[in-house]
Write a protein that binds this ligand. Structure first.
Ligand code: FAD
Ligand code: NAD
Length: 473
């Protein structure tokens, strides 16, 4: 150590202010720890990717696009007259207000718990120490911590043949800030972001083409999910190109290869949504004496501990990159760094694609169950059998329970249809509590609501449905 590097002692350090980081800071403060949270963007960074350029802005855009789309649908039904649509520019200023409001909320929560927030990028230099760099001009601060949570999250992954330029080749962050819908948009990547934003922009009147490397959209989810979303995209006039990869972009034309056939796609804008890269490359992680996976993920187990005094949460950990996962892990990490022996090992983590129809999955899929030798039964009810779905104008989709044949306990669920994003919480609770189909049918589900599809799917499994014909089990 050289003179001027005298470290300041910090009891509990949190690196990153996203849903993993700010939740870890709050949980640690509630356990009586003196917490300092550092984020590259300081107070403005609170809420992280999720609040600033992820979950909230994308769901706001999806609601806006749906509102526009529904407005048009009601006008064709001649129920609404005239056109009082607001522009994407007006939407952006409203959305920025929502984000700023929520950011202020997080600031208030941290202040109330006595968490100090500092601006700067943190880098480990020793197993219990690191430097916080604010800017080129200011000298870095040296911080020595008793406990530390790494919650540095992730950023959009890039394609070598299609680098982001913020003008033609856009990341999700860029397109979520757009004030004019492009005339034509090619979305490269048919996963969560590609499908959510592709459907939204198609509803805003953009000519959308989705390009996916695998054989179907949403390849990580059950096959029916991709098929259902592809059908909506087709109705919206969008195109889907599967099993294709980008080879280059020249003179306003995107070049693809699909099973050794060249395709040329002239377009105004390109959204690249091919996954996320973890923010672990510039953290000095080697100073902790641990390694990264080749995908830059921190290799933690269910206790989330990386070393005796450092834990990791959120997108930097193995498994899905989801805000609710990060937040749930935050409590476990704060507890384990404060003397508890807790585990993050949910039976079910809901995964939702806010597309049209909405797709939600929780617990295990049939393929995952079969891979570990669990014999399963399926019990499904079609959305078309729901009165509420018809009121909402939906006819396609289904709710399905996956049941372990020997115990008759529910272990998974998939919902495709309206409000799937809300309904999946009941399915997750049922799995966590080892509910049986009988438990589910004995619980009253209000009418007319979409929740009835879960009740009816359970009744199908018991061979006693009321709203679809009985079939032998
Ligand atoms: P982040 O939210 O990424 O926060 C990390 C923070 O760390 C940032 O503020 C960053 O500035 C800071 N940081 C990074 N490195 C350093 C450093 N060295 N020093 C100091 N600070 C640092 N998830 C859902 O569950 N539901 C959704 O609907 C959803 N929609 C999404 C839509 C989009 C378009 C995107 C991109 C993501 C979406 N996600 C969604 C994923 C969700 O945003 C992430 O899983 C979540 O934000 C991860 O939280 P985190 O705390 O791990 O990291
Ligand atoms: P993703 O992993 O969901 O999907 C990326 C898709 O791109 C995959 O289908 C993949 O096969 C495809 N792909 C990869 N390389 C390609 C190429 N060269 N050409 C064409 N296709 C290619 O990633 P994403 O959509 O960028 O989202 C990142 C993560 O953010 C998600 O995995 C999810 O964890 C999170 N997220 C969650 C939500 C939500 O919870 N609703 C919404 C958005 C993002």
């Amino acid at each position: 150590m050289v003179v001027g590097e005298m470290p300041e002692s910090v009891d509990f350090l949190v690196v990153g202010g996203g849903p993993g980081g700010y939740a870890a800071a709050l949980a640690a403060a509630q356990l009586g720890r003196q917490v300092v949270l550092v984020d590259g963007d300081g107070l403005d960074g609170l809420g992280g990717t999720c609040l600033r350029v992820g979950c909230i802005p994308s769901k706001a855009l999806i609601e806006f696009a749906e509102h526009r789309h529904q407005g048009a649908a009601w006008r064709t039904r001649q129920v609404v007259e005239g056109d009082s649509t607001i522009s994407l520019k007006q939407f952006q200023s409203w959305k920025d207000g929502v984000v700023a409001d929520l950011n202020r909320g997080v600031r208030g929560l941290l202040k109330a718990e006595g968490v100090a927030v500092r601006q700067g990028r943190f880098r480990f230099t020793r197993s219990d120490q690191g430097v916080l760099s604010r800017s080129e001009e200011e000298p870095p601060e040296h911080l020595r911590f008793k406990s530390c949570v790494i919650a540095t999250g992730s950023r959009p992954a890039t394609l070598d043949v299609l680098p982001f330029d913020g003008h033609r080749v856009l990341s999700s962050t860029d397109i979520l800030a757009a004030t004019e819908p492009p005339r034509s948009l090619v979305v490269v990547g048919g996963g969560y972001i590609g499908v959510e934003l592709g459907v939204a922009y198609a509803k805003l009147g953009t000519a959308v083409t989705l390009v996916e490397a695998e054989e179907r959209l949403l390849p990580a989810l059950p096959a029916e999910a991709g098929t259902a979303v592809a059908a909506t995209l087709e109705q919206l006039g969008a195109s889907v190109i599967l099993s294709a990869r980008v080879s280059g972009d020249r003179a306003g034309t995107l070049h693809l290869e699909q099973r050794a056939t060249a395709i040329e796609l002239p377009c105004d804008r390109i959204l690249v949504a091919v996954g996320r890269t973890t923010n672990t490359d510039d953290l000095g992680i080697e100073a902790l004496g641990v390694g990264l996976s080749d995908r830059g993920v921190l290799q933690v187990g269910a206790d989330l501990m990386l070393t005796d005094n450092v834990a990791a949460v959120g997108d930097v950990t193995p498994g899905p990159a989801l805000a609710h996962k990060a937040t749930a892990q935050a409590r476990v990490a704060a507890a384990n760094l404060s003397g508890s022996k807790d585990l993050y090992s949910p039976r079910a983590t809901p995964e939702i694609v806010f597309s049209d129809p909405e797709v939600a999955q929780t617990g295990v899929t049939e393929a995952q169950a079969l891979a570990v030798g669990i014999d399963v039964e399926r019990a499904a009810f079609p959305v078309a059998g729901s009165g509420k779905a018809r009121v909402l104008g939906a006819r396609s989709g289904h709710a399905e329970w996956l049941i372990a044949r020997d115990t008759q306990v529910v272990i998974g669920a998939t919902i495709i249809g309206p409000r799937a994003s809300e309904l999946i919480a009941e399915a997750t609770l049922a799995i966590e509590m080892s509910a049986t189909l009988e438990d589910l049918t004995l619980s009253s589900h209000p009418h007319p609501t979409m929740s009835e599809v879960l009740h009816e799917a359970a009744a199908v499994g018991l061979g006693e449905p009321l709203h679809v014909p009985r079939t032998p089990r």
